[in-house]
Design a protein around this ligand. Structure first.
Ligand code: GLN
Length: 549
């Protein structure tokens, strides 16, 4: 029988429920259990696909093409289970499905209500995750306890234990234990209130995971336990990690959370824990052999979650090369004002990520020109590839004012144009070219050598593509098309052979990078940046020391 863990959050948002859920998933997997993770988001949007990165951070795309919450990125990076559309539901999707059923007359004229119709729908999407080959389903409820919009979700998970048995459910509440400097004390009251709200709804949490900046004393844990009606050993400390998010699972192990879960849910098939690969990983991270800096030039650079998977994928490759990487988040619009030279000099690699909308496009193009001309390793992703094509078209192929028809409908040289399949699309949500698609690589290109295979599958999310009318002209001027769709029609990867490392891809490799299995293109990009760093260091060393006149 599948067991269920429900993760809720209290006091404030952004406590890292996703990371904690993913870490628990990883620990249970390392104990030999088959785990699935799911996120239920209480907002009304049908999916995050149409939401601004400023509002919601990155949109994480799965193999099946669903556009999901960025927490699913944590789930995939920490665990090995396959994620599908069923792993992320929003209130909007739940309501849409209930309303569609109502329109079809499926409720036989009954009054359709939050309880039981919406809550039944929520319970059914949770049940769907379980099954014969799943030991544990971890369901994270987005938002914070106390929000009006979370209520149907909390009511549904309360009822869920009546359906499957209280012993088969574990309620975990993530809360904040703040430190008040003036009083020099940790404060437990917000946690008491938050648990109080849960209990008023009818949910008694089994485990409290307490986020804190300072260690929680035994006395404070006992106090929290007493007021919140949980055993002291179920008050788990989760201290802030300023070093790496990959420390989170290890600190949960120190606090014996995995043992507690196994015991409380009676997971008799659980084996003993082996986290050696993760401790090795952190050892590499703590003992770097090189230190480099990489600039990520994007429109939403000031929002720390907008390119989450890109930053993670860079870190994974850094761990692989035992290299500490300082990431400079550069606003592309700032490059337009201040120039690439001023903002990008000193970086050992430049990455331009995906995006939408015209603002900052010229800054990206300038950054790419700088990387190409100064022979700085360059990695373009999705819109980053499209901008690389625009830059090459303008500067090398000689196509004056070449552009993407996304930004200039009347451009004389639309080197990037709308995909055929997109011509008649009018609805915005879920209608891009989405999800896993095959690409065939040139064996002896940088891409071919990095992947060490000719056939790959990568995730996509775009409406525009390289315009094939310009293919010959670009090739004649030195651009290499090293990856295409199997029928050769869609350009998936471009490279510049006369450059140390210039690779730009139409897909999103960052979504498939994992700490224990970094992505081959990110490995190659970081290796090239490390090489540039070493070359520069040795040329600095061999340069004569300037003599005073
Ligand atoms: N805006 C571009 C397109 O739709 C790029 C999309 C992206 O970078 N994800 O094709």
């Amino acid at each position: 029988m599948t067991k269920h863990i429900f993760v809720t959050g209290g006091v404030v948002s952004s406590l890292g429920k996703g990371l904690t859920s993913a870490s628990i998933g990883m620990l249970l997997e390392q104990r030999g259990l088959r785990v699935r993770l799911q996120k239920l988001d209480p907002y009304i949007n049908v999916d995050p696909g149409t939401m601004s990165p400023y509002q919601h951070g990155e949109v994480y795309v799965l193999d099946d093409g669903s556009e999901t919450d960025l927490d699913l990125g944590h789930y995939e990076r920490f665990t090995s289970g396959k994620l599908t559309r069923d792993c992320n539901y929003t209130a909007g999707q739940i309501y849409l499905s209930v309303i569609e059923k109502e329109r079809k007359g499926q409720f036989l004229g009954k009054t359709v209500q939050v309880i039981p119709h919406i809550t039944n729908e929520i319970k059914s999407v949770i049940k769907r995750m379980g099954g014969d080959n799943v030991d544990v389903v971890i369901t994270e409820i987005g938002g914070t306890v106390g929000d009006i919009e979370s209520l149907p979700f909390l009511e549904a998970i309360r009822q869920f234990s009546l359906d499957v048995g209280r012993d088969n459910c574990l309620y975990m509440h993530l809360t904040l234990v703040p430190y008040l400097k003036a009083a020099d004390e940790l404060k437990t009251k917000p946690t008491q209130h938050s648990v109080g709200q849960l209990r008023a709804i009818g949910i008694q949490p089994d485990v409290l995971v307490c986020r804190c900046e300072h260690s929680i004393s035994r006395d404070d844990r006992e106090k929290i336990a007493l007021f919140c009606n949980v055993p002291t050993e179920a008050v788990i400390e989760e201290k802030d990690k300023d070093f790496s998010i990959y420390e989170v699972p290890l600190s949960l192990v120190d606090n014996k959370l995995d043992e507690l879960i196994v015991e409380k849910l009676g997971l008799v098939t659980a084996q003993s824990l082996d986290i050696t690969p993760w401790t090795d990983l952190l050892h590499g991270l703590r003992n770097p052999r090189h230190e480099i800096s990489i600039a990520v030039v994007g429109k939403y650079a000031e929002h720390k979650d907008a390119y989450k998977s890109i930053y993670e994928a860079i870190d994974h490759a850094g761990m692989h090369h035992q290299t500490q990487i300082r990431i400079g988040r550069i606003q592309s619009a700032d490059i337009e004002r201040e120039g690439a030279e001023r903002l990008l000099s000193g970086y050992h690699g430049i990455l331009v990520p995906g995006g939408f909308g015209e603002r900052g496009i010229e800054g990206k193009v300038q950054a790419i020109r700088f990387a190409r001309e100064r022979k700085i390793p360059f990695f373009g992703i999705c819109l980053g590839m499209q901008c690389a094509v625009i830059e090459y078209g303008r500067q090398v192929v000689g196509l004056d004012r070449a552009h993407s028809s996304e930004f200039d409908k009347d451009t004389e040289h639309p080197v990037i144009c709308l995909l055929d399949e997109q011509q008649n699309v009018t609805q915005m949500g879920g209608t891009m070219r989405l999800g896993s698609q095959p690409t065939v690589l040139d064996k002896d290109s940088i891409a071919g050598q990095s992947y060490e295979t000719e056939n790959i599958d990568e995730r996509h999310r775009h409406r525009y593509e390289f315009n094939n009318q310009y293919r010959q002209q670009f090739e004649a001027n030195g651009m290499r098309f090293s990856g295409t769709s199997p029928n050769g029609c869609l350009v998936e990867i471009v490279e510049i052979p006369d450059h140390p490392w210039f690779v730009a891809v139409q897909f999103h490799p960052e979504f498939k990078s994992k700490p224990l299995n970094p992505h081959p293109l990110f490995i190659g990009f970081v290796a090239a940046a490390v090489e540039r760093h070493s070359d520069r260091k040795s040329s600095e060393q061999s340069a004569p020391t300037p003599q005073p006149r």
